[in-house]
Design a protein around this ligand. Structure first.
Ligand code: NI
Ligand code: MN
Length: 225
């Protein structure tokens, strides 16, 4: 499994020959100007919630690639009205895709579309594949529901928001990594705008003091699991 950071909460996940994009917000992110959305491959687009900073490039990429949108029922219904294929889910539900299973799990946040219309309830994803398992938290507060995840899934990586203000900050993300029982963390949802700027070295030190590894990727960089 290869995971590429496209800035903010946008990720590319390559599982064998299948390409998944998560929460594409790239063309409207000045920090991600090195990424051309027209070059991104996508068989699936996973969307955690309807906020603009998670969906801005969904339409363009889905229409170019024919990717299937995977999200909550309301978000999938919204994209189906503009001709985009989708796979609707809701909290607690799991589905077996050709790359592995996806479970839509709880997040504590909000989920309106940019025009104010209802975007269902926000979520995160637990992805299990033949070789590796990951958790993409989405925008969320720290929540005890995270403790449910390791009851069923041994995670290899937890992708957690760390920018604070709109989501968990660093201290809560450390507790979240305890809750999900995973000491390898990819931080996201930081530095994009003023409210969520963080000190990278302080963040890494705080995690390493708890014997945890916080990975912060430059935009366009990847890790392999
Ligand atoms: Ni949000
Ligand atoms: Mn967000």
């Amino acid at each position: 499994m290869k995971i590429t950071f496209y800035g903010h909460a946008s990720l590319g996940i390559q599982i064998e020959d299948i390409n998944i994009l998560v929460d594409p917000f790239i063309s409207a992110n000045p920090k991600a100007s090195s990424i051309d959305i027209n070059t991104l491959k996508a068989d699936y687009i996973l969307i955690t919630h309807a906020h603009q900073d998670h969906i801005v490039d969904v339409e363009a990429i889905a229409k170019r690639t024919g990717a299937i949108v995977v999200s909550n029922f309301e978000i999938v219904s919204h994209f189906e009205t503009i001709g985009i294929k989708g796979h609707p889910m809701n909290h607690g539900g799991k589905w077996n895709f050709d790359f592995g299973t996806v479970k839509y799990v709880n997040a504590i946040h909000t989920s309106s579309f940019p025009d104010g219309s209802y975007g269902g309830q926000p979520g995160g994803f637990v992805i299990e594949t033949k070789h590796k398992n990951i958790y993409i938290a989405g925008d969320t507060a720290l929540t005890y529901d995270m403790k449910l995840i390791p009851l069923q899934t041994k995670l290899d990586l937890a992708i957690l928001p760390i920018g604070d203000n709109f989501t968990m900050g660093i201290d809560d993300a450390i507790l979240a990594s305890d809750f999900v029982e995973c000491d390898k963390i990819l931080g996201y949802h930081f530095d994009t705008f003023g409210y969520i700027e963080i000190n990278h070295e302080d963040a890494k030190q705080k995690f390493s003091k708890k014997s945890k590894d916080l990975i912060l990727l430059d935009i366009g960089d990847s890790i392999k699991l």
